[in-house]
Write a protein that binds this ligand. Structure first.
Ligand SMILES: Cc1cc2nc3c(=O)[nH]c(=O)nc-3n(C[C@H](O)[C@H](O)[C@H](O)COP(=O)(O)OP(=O)(O)OC[C@H]3O[C@@H](n4cnc5c(N)ncnc54)[C@H](O)[C@@H]3O)c2cc1C
Ligand code: SF4
Length: 470
């Protein structure tokens, strides 16, 4: 087996493969970037020299950007560790509401793998009714802010602690989150990363890891994909053949590599999407905030798990933050609640990855615009915030423009049962080249308001568990 990438999708898949695979199996992992230890990142004050736009171009909406990091562990090095599950209706958007597409499996099918992924990441959280679970979270939830306490009382079971990979208690490899809110590079290594949580997967004697080795193309012949063409950072070229090829290079590069390899599936590259996030600061009269125990404390599902509304407009995740600007008035600094409204967006064919051509080796992310379904929900934002926060003593609301990115790249190689409307099957196996598997959020047929990484990690575990060994 040859796997491209060492992010969440590759590592969770490899973890399960190693549990099930024969002792004589050989697995080669090719990683485009370098391995940078957490201590070196701290010494260098983070990844300041990493600019994703060195690796792709963008056209369409000039305000839309896309975020990721390259190197061992992928974007686990810079993610924020917010890990809600998708809820059952997110898997059935077409059947229940007539929009988008259904996923090729249900919430119940994924549920055991959600539990496993949560255990591996040591997620802190408490059960909430919208996402039924078969076992408790491994770590207790984080503590709330003053505003969260009021919201939880006003919305029982609907405003809950945000599940997170920022540890609420020290773990064997991670510190306890101390809520300083600079999670892109956590100073105390409290958030799960591949480096601090699962790097030993790559120490297995069956695994050979090659760093700074980029997969360029899939070599195919007839109906088979038989090798990856690679290039090292110093320009050496070669190809490596295997019985199983796995692309886990994120939704930008999975699609680019496939299209440069002659993948003519009508949907490859299309349906690029992510959520739309809009932040606001709620000035409160007499309610102090910022006493929560992590960066993001609360999650409201009142406009997410809402069947009537979702027939007409996008679902929203309401999120309360425990970091951000304080108020300028002396003595009232903490009387402000930073919130974020996170809207699902419907995947559209017009938003897409265009493969690299000629001397410029960067793919282009073309984003023309968000769906009307999403815009209808955004247009109601002020009314929705007023309704959700009716019990808070709001004096003023300062709105920000929509964020350029939620840092979640989704779509581009969507999975499904029918090759006419998908690129891979439910396990990421390419409909045409059955020796080739694609993993990660590029497979998402739709994107819910949930952050995608827990779901894509659970999916990678499920896909590996369903692999048949002959
Ligand atoms: C700033 C930021 C904050 C985020 N916060 C959250 C959050 O709070 N919650 C959440 O759910 N998600 C969050 N995300 C998104 C999350 O990081 C991604 O969903 C996740 O990393 C995707 O996992 P992946 O394994 O598919 O891809 P990646 O993590 O991107 O890994 C891809 C891997 O492939 C390698 N690679 C790329 N191209 C090649 C090639 N050609 N050959 C070989 N290797 C290659 C890369 O170096 C990398 O190792 C955040 C992302 C960012 C950037
Ligand atoms: S809030 Fe602070 S301690 Fe917690 S994960 Fe983020 S950076 Fe680390």
């Amino acid at each position: 087996m040859v796997i491209a990438g060492t992010g969440f999708a590759a590592t969770f898949f490899l973890f399960r493969i190693l549990q099930n695979a024969p002792a004589n199996m050989r697995i080669v992992v090719l990683e485009r970037g370098r391995l940078i230890e957490h201590s070196s990142r701290l010494a260098r004050r983070g990844d300041k020299e990493f600019d994703p736009e060195q690796y792709f171009k963008r056209t369409g909406d000039p305000d839309k950007s896309w975020a990721f990091s390259l190197g061992f562990g992928g974007s686990s090095n810079c993610w924020w560790g917010t890990t809600p599950r998708m809820i059952p209706s997110d898997f059935e958007l077409k059947t229940r509401y007539g929009h988008g597409a259904d996923w090729p499996f249900s919430y119940d099918d994924l549920e055991p793998f959600y539990c496993e992924a949560e255990d591996l990441m040591q997620i802190s959280g408490s059960a909430y009714p919208q996402a039924p679970r078969s076992r408790p979270y491994p770590l207790p939830p984080h503590g709330p802010t003053g505003a969260d306490v009021i919201l939880a009382k006003a919305w029982p079971g609907q405003h809950v602690p945000m599940p997170t990979a920022r540890a609420s208690r020290p773990t064997s490899t991670r510190g306890q989150c101390c809520s300083n809110g600079v999670c892109t590079l956590c100073p105390v290594d409290a958030k799960f990363t591949i480096l601090n949580g699962m790097r030993d997967v790559y120490d297995d004697p069956r695994v050979s890891l090659f760093m700074e080795t980029e997969v360029r193309r899939v070599e195919t012949e007839g109906g088979r994909a038989h090798a990856f063409e690679w290039r090292t950072a110093d320009g050496k070229l070669g190809s490596i053949a295997a019985d199983h090829l796995v692309l886990a290079t994120n939704a930008m590069f999975n699609a680019d590599i496939l299209m440069r390899s002659g993948d003519a599936s009508p949907l490859t590259g299309k349906r690029l999407h992510e959520q739309v996030g809009i932040t606001a600061q709620l000035y409160l009269d007499g309610v102090d905030c910022f006493q929560g125990s992590t960066a993001v404390t609360g999650m409201g599902l009142m406009l997410w798990d809402n069947d009537e509304r979702r027939k007409d407009m996008a679902a929203v995740k309401f999120k309360t933050d425990n970091y951000g600007f304080m108020r300028p008035e002396p003595g009232r600094w903490r009387q402000v609640l930073p919130i974020r409204m996170v809207y699902e967006d419907l995947p559209q064919d017009r938003n897409r990855i265009i493969p690299a051509t000629g001397d410029d080796e960067r793919p282009t992310a073309e984003f023309v615009g968000r769906s009307a379904y999403t815009q209808r929900a955004i247009d109601r934002m002020a009314d929705d915030i007023a309704k959700i926060c009716a019990e808070l003593p709001i004096e003023d609301i300062i709105y920000d423009p929509p964020a350029p990115s939620e840092s979640h790249i989704q779509g581009t190689t969507v999975m499904g049962h029918d090759p006419a409307d998908s690129v891979t099957d439910q396990d990421g196996l390419h409909h045409r080249w059955r020796d080739l598997r694609v993993l990660g959020s590029s497979l998402f047929p739709t994107g819910s308001p949930a952050n995608p990484t827990l779901t894509l990690s659970a999916h990678a575990l499920r896909a590996a568990s369903r692999m048949e060994w002959t």
